[in-house]
Design a protein around this ligand. Structure first.
Ligand code: ZN
Length: 96
């Protein structure tokens, strides 16, 4: 099968969950909110969390995946809180 023709894709659902949660937390957080710092927080948090791969059909919007339990929600918040602390103390770009 040609690479570009793949019908199914692997997607790390954890990435979506963490990204959405960060969008909710960020307005209340005192840190640089540029794209780089936001991505650094996501990367740091995702490295602390187990990936959750799902198979999606190309073009399909993975909306059926919602077997996230309460413990996972807490884990995501804890990881994001830690990530925000680390990134805001060590911004990886020059301060302006
Ligand atoms: Zn920044």
């Amino acid at each position: 099968m040609e690479n570009g023709e793949a019908k199914y894709r692997l997607r790390n659902h954890m990435e979506d969950v963490v990204s959405q949660k960060l969008d909710k937390l960020l307005p209340n957080v005192d840190m640089c909110k540029c794209e780089k710092c936001r991505m650094d927080v996501l990367a740091y948090a995702l490295n602390l969390l187990p990936p959750k791969y799902v198979v999606t059909e190309a073009g399909d919007l993975y909306s059926r995946v919602s077997e996230f339990n309460a413990q996972s929600e807490i884990d995501v918040e804890v990881a994001l809180t830690e990530a925000i602390k680390v990134v805001s103390n060590n911004p990886k770009h020059a301060m302006k």
